[in-house]
Design a protein around this ligand. Structure first.
Ligand SMILES: NC(=O)c1ccc[n+]([C@@H]2O[C@H](COP(=O)([O-])OP(=O)(O)OC[C@H]3O[C@@H](n4cnc5c(N)ncnc54)[C@H](OP(=O)(O)O)[C@@H]3O)[C@@H](O)[C@H]2O)c1
Length: 252
């Protein structure tokens, strides 16, 4: 019988103040995980914590800007304060400035590559020693259709998401022998603040839905099953994989 049990585990979810990270935090909490939610916006994070506590699960918030890489060791310590060492890290914080190629600046490039690619590695590296002590851990990155496809106005974002696919494999190579698996979820189009410009355009949305095999774009609840599976012992032998959660968008 597959072991989906997560009771007693502790997770840190970045980007948990909205969208995909927030949903994943809720899914883990409902599966029995004590969840630490990280983001910059206090009101949004507090609302997410309240939503989790309302289903009688455990949650705590950390208000922090991940853009400052020097602070990552301290952040990792803060993340362990509420419930103990982190077993599961979800790197869901991310930005997409959707700039035409000629408008990309050094600053917007650095912000994108730092938050979407560097932070998932440097934050994970702070948390891995405690996972190694337990001989078990989970790192879940968030990739994208743009990990393997080029979209208009997506040059910097696509570079970061192509990078996260390879980072996922490299992290798996580095840490899986210690029981720490690393995989990425590559979502199709899901309605969040990041994709608000896309979801405002009903023609484009219809085209994107038609591009999937299933015939619709993502709903946040579509994230729950894969998130819990990749976090649980049932996925012990899966590592270094980028799993498309896209209704078959990339299959067509
Ligand atoms: N939505 C989709 O269809 C889709 C598809 C493929 C991949 N993704 C990926 O999914 C991940 C989540 O995106 P989303 O769609 O859920 O968008 P979102 O709702 O805009 O969420 C982005 C999250 O990142 C956090 N964040 C941004 N900058 C931060 C910083 N400097 N420090 C700390 N936290 C920061 C935001 O929190 P604060 O503003 O509170 O800091 C927010 O919680 C991203 O990696 C994105 O690339 C999304």
């Amino acid at each position: 019988m597959a072991d989906f049990s997560l009771a007693g585990k502790v997770a840190l979810v970045t980007g948990a103040s909205s969208g995909i990270g927030r949903r994943q935090a809720l899914a883990l909490a409902q599966a029995g995980v004590a969840v630490v939610l990280l983001g910059r916006r206090e009101a949004q994070l507090q609302a997410a914590v309240a939503e989790i506590e309302a289903v009688e699960a455990r949650a705590a918030a950390i208000f922090a800007d991940l853009g400052d890489r020097d602070q990552l060791p301290k952040l990792a310590e803060r993340a362990m304060a509420p419930f103990g060492a982190i077993d599961i890290l979800i790197n869901a914080a991310g930005v997409n400035f959707r700039q035409p190629t000629e408008e990309i600046t050094l600053e917007s490039w650095d912000t994108t590559l730092n938050l979407n690619l560097a932070v998932p590695f440097f934050l994970a590296r702070e948390l891995v020693p405690a996972m190694e002590v337990k001989g078990w851990g989970r790192i879940i990155n968030i990739a994208s259709l743009q990990s393997s496809r080029a979209f208009a106005n997506g040059l910097a974002y696509g570079a970061s998401k192509g990078g996260i696919s390879q980072l996922t494999r490299a992290m798996a190579e580095a840490w899986s022998r210690h029981g720490i698996t690393c995989n990425a979820i590559a979502p199709g189009f899901f309605p969040t603040e990041l994709t608000a410009p896309v979801f405002k355009d009903s023609d484009q949305l219809d085209k994107l839905a038609a591009q999937t095999a299933i015939g619709r774009n993502g709903e946040l609840s579509d994230l729950d099953g894969l998130t819990v599976f990749l976090a649980s012992p049932a996925s012990d032998y899966i590592t270094g994989q980028v799993i498309h959660l896209d209704g078959g968008f990339t299959a067509k």
